[in-house]
Design a protein around this ligand. Structure first.
Ligand code: GLU
Length: 291
């Protein structure tokens, strides 16, 4: 599972992070991501951070967080400062959302799940995940607010394109490969007018992750290849927020015995279950070494 040692960023420091959500037990796929990030930082004499992505209080539970910390320590990982917990930082994400609002880059969307499903199902409807809408006119918006209708904040692709001009279509992200780095075209439009402030939470994974990577000085983000498209959106958000984006690397997904990618529901492959079955940290690392 060797990955090229990252070249230090401008100030000479490499900072990597592992950012799990405590909505279940960690499995071998998480261990792989965590180890890659840990080893990259160590190899470069940099720092490895742990961030707990728990903005969704309905799915995340303290017992999963405690189990995560214990499982990562069992694997032999050490992080360089106390883990940052996103649920403690909601006012920070709100501030960045307010900046985007001040620039006209986000708008309130009052659509219900049902409205969105109907819009997507219509002939020529947007592909799943690429829903786009538009701000209400000011009077209708005031009425909706006065009626207490819940809303999400969505990024306006129209406004983002107007802000960045030609750069919008030429946007790329830097991806580390086994032999160097390559600029990959970003395609943030595939996410449509993505939600940056969820109705009940006020932020979203994409916004919180980009803000924290920047504020924590993360220089290299290594995560599963299921998040490669997200890197394209994250460079756009970084650009709009005035952040220098990190270098990305996307690793192979670890498959379970049935050939499907591991998910939190796969109990047998959780680090807990492996431990209970007598697997040692060295065994787990050895299993991941051939990936
Ligand atoms: N909390 C996200 C997850 O567990 C992290 C993704 C990322 O590393 O940005 O999938």
């Amino acid at each position: 599972m060797a990955l090229m040692t990252p070249a230090p960023s401008g100030d000479g420091h490499v900072v990597t992070r592992f950012a799990p959500s405590p909505s279940g037990y960690l499995h071998l796929g998480h261990a792989y991501s965590a180890l890659l990030n840990f080893e990259q930082a160590r190899a470069a004499g940099g720092r490895f951070l742990l961030r707990i992505e728990d903005i969704d209080r309905t799915r995340c539970r303290p017992e999963f967080e405690a189990a995560m910390l214990e499982d990562l320590a069992w694997l032999g990982l050490v992080w360089d400062q106390p883990p940052l917990r996103q649920s403690d930082r909601l006012p920070i994400y709100e501030r960045y959302l307010a900046d985007l609002e001040a620039c006209g880059l986000v708008y309130r969307c009052f659509k219900t799940r049902r409205d969105i499903a109907d819009a997507m199902a219509a002939p020529h409807g947007a592909p799943v995940g690429a829903f786009r809408s538009a701000p209400l006119d000011p009077e209708a918006e005031q009425a909706a607010l006065a009626a207490g209708r819940p809303f999400a904040w969505r990024l306006s692709l129209t406004a983002a394109r107007a802000t960045l001009g030609l750069a919008f279509d030429r946007l790329t992200f830097v991806e580390a490969t086994a032999t160097g780095t390559i600029a990959r075209p970003a395609d943030p439009a595939r996410f449509g007018d993505v939600v940056l402030g969820r109705k009940e939470i006020g932020t979203s994974y994409h916004l919180a992750s980009v803000v924290d990577d920047a504020l924590q000085g993360v220089t290299h983000v290594t995560r599963g290849q299921d998040l490669r498209d997200a890197a394209g959106l994250h460079v756009l958000l970084s650009g709009l927020l005035g952040f220098a984006p990190p270098v990305y690397h996307h690793h192979t997904l670890i498959l379970g015995p049935d050939g499907r990618r591991l998910a939190k529901r796969d109990r047998a492959e959780t680090l807990r279950a492996l431990r209970a079955a007598g697997v040692t940290p060295a065994d787990a690392r050895a299993r991941l070494a051939d990936v």
